[in-house]
Design a protein around this ligand. Structure first.
Ligand SMILES: O=C(O)c1cc(C(=O)O)c2c(n1)C(=O)C(=O)c1cc(C(=O)O)[nH]c1-2
Length: 239
């Protein structure tokens, strides 16, 4: 291959990667920031009971994220990807008791007036939430690992929603202890870092048109899954 041909090929790859990134970013139109339950939350229109229901149900998502990430690690043969991906598990689980994202979510539970027992025994988790979250873990276990990585890319869209949520919770729900919002502040740093890495991995490993289509489909699947969770929460806590 001549140097011009190599250059042309590199440029072609770059264009394809840009198209892929654009197609992935375009999935934001299906993201759950538009869900009526989130719109009502951010407009200050949810009751205490609804906020508590959301926190208790979302706990099931939080505890399953590290299991999903462990499934990706188990399926991934690339040592460089694994070295960076493992950080997600440490972020959520912490490296000792009393630390990490799950503990921070439990503190959010404390802040909205839930007991740890009722959160951790999952008594409030709606069947539809359980099914959606379980589908996410199964997807990571059973699909090719770059697709599972692509499905995590909803985190591209999460920081804007989280920033809005922090403002809304402080403004409209003064009964929530502010210290309980630390989870969201931490994610404002972690999510962009994680999304950037996932985007690097997807653009590097999804090269064929078919692989790229599957990556976009994985992200669509994930957006729909987050939407289903909120549908189930909204039905369980109508007022
Ligand atoms: O509150 C939210 O709206 C929201 C959304 C998402 C997301 O977009 O998947 C995540 C989180 N939170 C979150 O806290 C989190 O740790 C997280 C991990 C992942 C993932 O797919 O690996 N998504 C999300």
């Amino acid at each position: 291959m001549t140097s011009t041909e190599v250059e042309t090929e590199v440029t072609h790859d770059l264009v394809e990667a840009l198209d892929l990134v654009e197609a992935l970013r375009a999935q934001s139109r299906r993201y759950h920031h538009q869900h009526p339950f989130h719109l009502r939350m951010n407009e200050g229109r949810l009751s205490r009971h609804q906020i508590q229901g959301w926190v208790a149900n979302r706990y099931y998502y939080q505890v399953n994220i590290p299991r999903k990430d462990a499934a990706i690690l188990a399926n991934c043969p690339d040592i460089d990807v694994r070295r960076r991906w493992i950080r997600r598990i440490h972020d959520h689980d912490g490296t000792r008791s009393g630390e990490g994202g799950i503990e921070a979510w439990l503190r959010l539970g404390d802040a909205v007036g839930l007991t740890r027992e009722e959160v951790q025994d999952e008594r409030h988790v709606a069947p539809g939430v359980r099914a959606a979250v379980d589908d996410y873990v199964t997807f990571a276990r059973t699909r090719p690992w770059p697709e599972a990585v692509a499905s995590s890319l909803t985190e591209l869209f999460a920081p804007d929603l989280m920033a809005q949520r922090i403002v809304a919770l402080e403004r409209f729900y003064p009964w929530i202890d502010r210290d309980g919002l630390a989870y969201f502040r931490t994610r404002l740093d972690q999510a962009p870092r994680d999304a950037e890495h996932a985007l690097e991995v997807v653009t590097a490993h999804c090269r064929s048109a078919e692989a790229q289509q599957r990556a976009v489909a994985a992200l669509t699947f994930k957006c729909d899954l987050l939407w289903r969770m909120l549908d189930a929460i909204g039905e369980t806590y109508p007022e």
